[in-house]
Design a protein around this ligand. Structure first.
Ligand SMILES: [Zn+2]
Length: 312
């Protein structure tokens, strides 16, 4: 008999990723699709993806969604996704007849990171996922901390009340300075300024996105490096604010944007040290990349589903 697996799905602002997750956190059969763009598609897309992954060995389903998920597994709302007020857990249990756990995608990422990733062995950690927006997970006393349900929405701390409009409706949220969407804007500005530059060449006539800056930055392109540097500094300043509140032992950075590695993390570490209260008188938490790889949210969802089975 083959070992039991779960299905882990991470429904983000841009893409939804699912796969089969084993009890030791390995993921296989990954499927990636664009995230549903309408409320109606949201009621169907994630379930179609689960249906494609379903095998007789699947024991449970974990669905992570980039939004506010209440204790009953219902999506209340998400600034970067379509659809509001969707009882995902109830719908998935009815559709598949399996145990289902639904949570915020960054909470699942934090759970996975604390189980097998960079935060394993730490009781107090912050996990920040940089995707379309910013996701946040708090590990406090060895558990994912949820407040009364929606804790960890770091991306929507207002940094500049006169700043750019955020998808949540406010102005100047942290994620308007530090996110995939902001890097896309910076890439477009660079291509407009330097139509013959490396970023424009990398975009190759497509609408420029942040990912088009990565290879040019590695190759030494000044504009691309400066863009990552500015975003990294804003990341570090925000992390210093979170750290004076939460006092973590370690800070883990995941999500697609984290693929930029030290291009982002080096300036973030420096800005963090400059802002962290009492930095010369206390241990400074390490700021490290995720160890779960690009699919950390789906892995965390799958691992949480395994735990659901063992607990029931
Ligand atoms: Zn916001």
């Amino acid at each position: 008999m083959s070992s039991p697996v779960t299905i882990g799905v991470d429904l983000g602002g841009t893409n939804m990723v699912g796969g089969l997750v084993s009890i030791d956190g390995a993921i296989s059969h990954e499927i990636s699709r664009p995230s549903p763009a309408t409320h109606q598609a949201m009621l169907e897309g994630p379930f179609m993806l689960v249906g494609e992954l379903l095998t007789p060995d699947v024991e449970a389903i974990g669905l992570g969604v980039a939004g506010l998920i209440d204790g009953s597994g219902r999506l209340a709302w998400g600034p970067n996704i379509a659809g509001t007020d969707i009882a995902f857990r109830q719908l998935a249990e009815a559709a598949f007849g399996l145990p289902v756990i639904v949570d915020n995608d960054a909470n699942f990422w934090a759970f996975g990171e604390g189980t097998f990733g960079a935060a394993a062995g730490y009781d107090h950690a912050i996990v920040v996922t940089l995707g379309t927006g910013i996701g946040g997970g708090i590990i406090a006393g060895g558990q994912v901390y949820r407040g009364k349900g929606f804790a960890g929405e770091f991306g929507h701390i207002v940094i500049d009340p006169d700043g750019d409009r955020c998808t949540c409706g406010n102005r100047g949220c942290w994620e308007t300075f530090v996110s995939g969407r902001h890097l896309d804007t910076l890439a477009r500005e660079i291509v407009r300024r330097e139509p013959g530059g490396l970023v424009a060449v990398e975009a190759g006539g497509e609408s420029p996105t942040g990912s088009h800056m990565l290879a040019p930055a590695v190759a030494g392109d000044r504009s691309a490096i400066d863009a990552y540097c500015g975003v990294g500094e804003a990341l570090g300043r925000g992390l210093a604010m979170l750290a004076v509140v939460l006092d973590p032992q370690i800070i883990v950075i995941g999500g697609a944007v984290a693929a930029a590695g030290d291009l982002l993390l080096s300036p973030a570490r420096q800005a963090f040290r400059e802002r962290f209260e009492g930095a010369t008188h206390r241990p400074i938490p390490s700021i490290v990349p995720s160890r779960l790889g690009a699919n950390g949210g789906a892995i965390g969802a799958g691992l949480a589903a395994h735990r659901l089975v063992t607990e029931t």
